[in-house]
Design a protein around this ligand. Structure first.
Ligand SMILES: Cc1cc2nc3c(=O)[nH]c(=O)nc-3n(C[C@H](O)[C@H](O)[C@H](O)COP(=O)(O)OP(=O)(O)OC[C@H]3O[C@@H](n4cnc5c(N)ncnc54)[C@H](O)[C@@H]3O)c2cc1C
Length: 459
């Protein structure tokens, strides 16, 4: 056993761990970062980045085809091999060498291996023990969760890892679950030529979003030839030969055959074997933290990112990491409860895209807020006309009528992702609607839809 000391030990070098380590090192602390796979984490190699690399090419192609004058230049279809090659480039062929300069510049020590917490402020990696003078930050993320459907695990389903890393495009892909990962991967593989069937037990896809977003994403998937089945459950999965045909049996008795089955059925915190039992953490359960990201009843243990189960998105893990680092550096820091909860912004990169922040209309009503919504077409202005014909969508704001502020917004349509931040600022800043009149969108940009939203409210 060898032993060393550091001010802070960070477990996991995904986006949350990296941001925590970077901010702590920038603050002058001596940081050890432990990673058992690749520096960059799930996000960089098997999640956000490769999934977007698979989604983007067909969307660009569709965009060009919508615009007269450019459309005639498109003479071919999607080049699947080139899409997969570009995806490999985005994930650096699973090599994290490019990340080393960033760590070196900050003087962060990287230890490769699986870390366990073996005592107060003590972390063990193989035969190396690191004692933290100030704090330990757990940022070990999540892994795919496989539901207990008979035969599913034995059928060796794809998880998001195989779906984002596959070197082949299956002829028939079954997708279990129509949350964000399910719809994004269904869209991506359909655009690459798979015949895709999506099975969802909820009555609609993207059940946490506004119903119009679910309808439009369903229509977008169906336009690509995807079969979307909602309100049905998987009863059993059969795959007699490893790598052979897989059959999904529904609770209706119906059987659907595929070449691969993607289980897009949620995530489970990577807490197994971490040594956190003493802090009430069950294997696979989240590490509960307070708004400073500290585990209650300790003054040294923090958890940031997916592993704490609060808001499983990269930007949220990075937000929490900045808060944890600031607290460890002795600054007064805590997440705003709503920013880490009700106000979380998210983009779903299908076509149409869905960009949403804050409460849905139903969510706001359930919260007892006196709300009214305004809906306008995303394409209904001069800026929108340049996006091309047929690029439809909806913009909705949910307004708290008592305070006259926006508590939620959803945009659907082509490339609406970049519209989201304006809405996030309005929601988080509780900007009075009347003040938004003075925030003038440039002509001819699609952001002029804000004028229609305000007019629609009656201002
Ligand atoms: C298909 C897919 C697409 C997604 N797309 C988006 C998106 O577009 N935008 C978005 O915001 N979010 C997206 N997400 C969610 C996003 O990937 C996660 O929110 C993000 O990766 C969480 O970051 P993290 O640092 O908490 O954990 P991770 O990225 O999971 O990193 C955790 C790291 O900890 C390491 N680790 C685990 N255990 C140990 C241990 N014991 N010792 C040492 N190291 C350990 C792991 O190897 C890993 O590198 C997507 C997720 C999926 C599955």
């Amino acid at each position: 056993m060898s032993a060393r000391e550091a001010d802070v030990v960070v477990l996991g070098a995904g986006p949350a761990g990296e941001v925590a380590a970077g901010r702590l090192a920038d603050g002058g602390l001596d940081v050890v970062l432990v990673e058992r796979e690749l520096v960059g984490g799930e996000c960089a190699y098997w999640a956000c980045m490769p999934s977007k690399a698979l989604l983007r090419p067909a969307q660009v192609l569709a965009e060009v085809r919508r615009v007269p004058g450019a459309a005639s230049a498109v003479t071919g279809g999607i080049d699947v091999a080139a899409v997969l090659a570009r995806r490999d480039e985005v994930v650096h062929d699973f090599d994290d060498a490019t990340q080393m300069g960033w760590l070196d510049d900050r003087g962060i020590t990287l230890i490769r291996g699986a870390a366990r917490i073996t005592g107060d402020r003590e972390v063990t990696i193989g035969d190396e023990v690191v004692r933290a003078r100030r704090a330990v930050v757990v940022a070990t993320g999540t892994t795919a969760s496989i539901p207990p459907v008979p035969g599913l695990r034995e059928a060796e389903p794809w998880t998001s890892r195989e779906a984002t890393a596959s070197k082949v495009v299956p002829e028939r892909l079954l997708v279990l679950g129509a949350g964000v990962v399910g719809v994004e991967m269904a869209w991506a593989y359909a655009s690459l030529g798979s015949r895709v069937t999506v099975i969802e037990s909820a009555p609609r896809v993207l059940v946490k979003n506004e119903p119009f977003a679910s309808e439009q994403v369903t229509a977008g998937l169906e336009d690509l030839g995807v079969t979307v089945r909602c309100g049905v459950k998987a009863a059993e999965v059969r795959r007699p030969l490893a790598g052979g045909d897989v059959t999904l049996v529904l609770d209706t008795g119906e059987e659907i055959a595929g070449d691969e089955l993607l289980a897009a059925t949620g995530r489970r915190p990577r807490t197994d074997g971490l040594g956190l039992e003493a802090f009430g953490v069950e294997d696979g359960g989240p590490v509960a933290v307070d708004d400073t990201m500290r585990v209650p009843a300790t003054d040294w243990l923090y958890a940031v990112g997916d592993v704490n189960g609060r808001a499983q998105l990269t930007h949220m893990g990075k937000y929490q990491a900045r808060v944890a680092a600031d607290g460890i550096l002795g600054r007064d820091a805590a997440v705003r409860a709503e920013a880490d909860g009700a106000w979380v912004p998210q983009v779903i990169f299908t076509e149409p895209q869905v960009a949403a922040v804050g409460l849905t209309l139903e969510g706001a009503k359930d919260a007892g807020l006196p709300v009214r919504c305004v809906d306008v077409a995303t394409q209904g202005n001069a800026g929108g006309s340049f996006v091309g014909k047929g690029a439809t969508g909806t913009a909705r704001i949910v307004v708290d009528e008592r305070r006259e502020v926006i508590v939620g917004a959803t945009f659907t349509g082509v490339e609406v992702a970049e519209m989201l931040h304006a809405a996030t600022i309005a929601v988080v800043g509780a900007v009075p609607l009347r003040d938004l009149w003075d925030a003038i969108p440039a002509f001819p940009t699609r952001s002029e839809l804000w004028l229609k939203l305000l007019e629609g409210y009656g201002l």
